[in-house]
Design a protein around this ligand. Structure first.
Ligand SMILES: Cc1ncc(C[n+]2csc(CCOP(=O)(O)OP(=O)(O)O)c2C)c(N)n1
Ligand SMILES: [Mg+2]
Length: 221
């Protein structure tokens, strides 16, 4: 969960649901003040969009026309809470109207639909017109955690969504457009599996960090 790679402009995920969203106002303001053509993309869940910081952030990004894209990964559940019980609106993107910014909902399992929506939001941000809320409809295939017995949903529901696998749909389109062969697809898959296996071997062979480093990177006000 807590991956970050500042050198590649990935400022990190946050263990506090909704906690990462407000960072986008700081990043957006920084981009605006420095006058670069960067855009901040902040990704959060359906559950996060029911937290207070989500609303405060959209409001502030809107009044200052910040170059931010709010991307809500609506995977239908916040732990065991289905969106149908947590929202009284059809689409989370409808909330954008409260902040006078565009809000769109796309098939989050369709690579091209997501690409187009994010590209349009990035173009708008770069032209100084401010943020966009993009809601991507998708699904969480597995339980929230290993101890999740998933009693709140049916196997049939999971099966139906597994059939909409975004990676396979993307590959099918590339193959149909003759941009990819089935052999190349297999080779990409093998390479990915190999790199994961190598990472596992590397991690298991690496020494545990020294106890003296336990407080590194930890701070409190
Ligand atoms: C402020 C806060 N409340 C509760 C939790 C416990 N919690 C961890 S994940 C989660 C659900 C998050 O749902 P969503 O935003 O939809 O993200 P998803 O897990 O579906 O990616 C909750 C309630 C937390 N980490 N932080
Ligand atoms: Mg969710």
């Amino acid at each position: 969960m807590h991956i970050a790679d500042v050198e590649r402009n990935n400022l990190g995920a946050n263990g506090i649901v909704g906690g990462g969203v407000p960072m986008s106002v700081g990043v957006g303001l920084s981009i605006q003040m420095r006058g670069t053509d960067q855009v901040c993309l902040t990704i959060f869940g359906d559950g996060a969009s029911n937290t207070g910081p989500f609303h405060e952030t959209l409001n502030m990004a809107s009044i200052w026309d910040l170059p931010v894209i709010f991307l809500c990964e609506n995977n239908q559940y916040a732990m065991s809470m289905p969106v149908a019980r947590a929202f009284n609106i059809e689409y989370i993107s409808q909330r954008a109207c409260a902040y006078n910014i565009p809000g769109v909902t796309v098939d989050g399992n369709d690579f091209f639909a997501v690409y187009d929506a994010v590209a349009a939001a990035a173009a708008r941000a770069r032209s100084g017109n401010g943020p966009t809320l993009v809601e991507c409809l998708t699904y969480r295939w597995r339980g929230h955690s290993r101890s999740d017995r998933q009693l709140y949903r049916t196997r049939e529901e999971v099966k139906q969504w597994r059939e909409k696998d975004p990676i396979l749909r993307f590959a099918d389109k590339l193959i149909a457009a003759k941009l990819l062969t089935e052999e190349e697809q297999e080779a990409i898959k093998d390479k990915a599996i190999q790199s994961i296996e190598q990472a596992l071997v590397y991690a298991e062979a690496s020494p545990s960090p020294d106890v003296s480093t336990i407080m590194e990177g930890v701070y409190a006000d």
